[in-house]
Design a protein around this ligand. Structure first.
Ligand code: GDP
Length: 202
C-alpha cells in the first residue's frame, strides 16, 4: 500500500468520544517507549506526525490518523507506565479496554514488542486479555536494528514460546526498525490484508 496522505484527525480520552465514523481502523499498542510513535512516523512517511516522546507515559489519549482519506490508523495509549498514579493507570486501561472490545470498525490490533527484551509479563498479560476477547492481533518486534540477526531470532522464538503458554494459535509476526526502515513495506502489506479479510458477521 502506498501512503498518499496521513492527517492527524483527533484525540479521544475514551470510547464514547471516538470519531463517529465507519471507516475501518487498525490500532497500534505497546508498552510505553516501545517505539510506537517512531513506527507511526515510519509508516506514514512523516517525521513528526506522532510525537516521539522523551517522557514515558505522555500519550494518554487515543489518537486517530486518517490515512489516504480512507482508513484510520489508531494510536492507543501505551500500557505499563512507570510514572503515573494507580488511578490514572486504571483510567487508561479502561479507555483501552473499551475501545478494543467495543469499537465495531476495528479490524486488527498490532501489538508492539521491544525486540531487545526477554518476554515481559505485562505484554503477555495484555495478549492473554486480547486473545480472550477474540480481538485479532499481530505482533511487531520493534528496534530490530539494535540486535544481530541471531539474537533477534532467539528473542522472537523465546517470546512466542512464552506466549504459547497464555494464548492459543500462532500470531502473525512482523519486525520494524525506525532507523533502518526495515519492516515498513511488510507492515503496510499486513494492514492492507486486513481489508481483504472477510468482514466479521454482525
Ligand atoms: P513510544 O513511547 O512507544 O511512542 O516510543 P518512541 O517512538 O517515542 O521511541 C522511544 C525511544 O526509542 C526514542 O528514543 C526513539 O528514538 C527510540 N526508537 C524508537 N524506535 C526505534 C528503532 O526502531 N530503532 C532504534 N535504534 N531506536 C528506536
Amino acid at each position: 500500500m502506498k501512503i498518499q496522505s496521513a492527517v492527524f484527525e483527533m484525540s479521544s480520552p475514551d470510547l464514547k468520544t471516538c470519531p463517529d465514523s465507519d471507516l475501518w481502523e487498525v490500532a497500534l499498542i505497546g508498552r510505553s517507549n516501545v517505539g510506537k510513535s517512531s513506527l507511526i512516523n515510519l509508516l506514514t512517511g512523516q517525521k513528526d506526525l506522532a510525537k516521539v516522546s522523551a517522557t514515558p507515559g505522555k500519550t494518554k489519549l487515543i489518537n486517530f490518523f486518517l490515512i489516504n482519506g480512507s482508513w484510520n490508523l489508531v494510536d492507543l495509549p501505551g500500557y505499563g507506565y512507570a510514572k503515573v498514579s494507580q488511578r490514572d493507570r486504571r483510567e487508561f486501561s479502561k479507555a483501552i479496554a473499551g475501545y478494543l472490545e467495543h469499537r465495531p470498525n476495528l479490524r486488527r490490533v498490532f501489538v508492539l514488542i521491544d525486540s531487545r527484551l526477554s518476554p515481559q509479563a505485562i505484554d503477555l498479560e495484555f495478549l492473554h486479555w486480547l486473545s480472550g476477547r477474540e480481538v485479532p492481533f499481530s505482533l511487531i518486534f520493534t528496534k530490530v536494528d539494535k540486535l544481530k540477526a541471531r539474537a533477534l531470532q532467539e528473542n522472537i522464538a523465546g517470546f512466542l514460546a512464552a506466549l504459547s503458554g497464555v494464548c492459543e494459535g500462532a500470531p502473525e509476526v512482523l519486525v520494524s526498525s525506525a532507523k533502518s526502515r526495515e519492516g515498513r513495506v511488510e507492515i503496510l502489506r499486513a494492514i492492507q490484508e486486513c481489508w481483504e479479510e472477510e468482514a466479521p458477521a454482525d
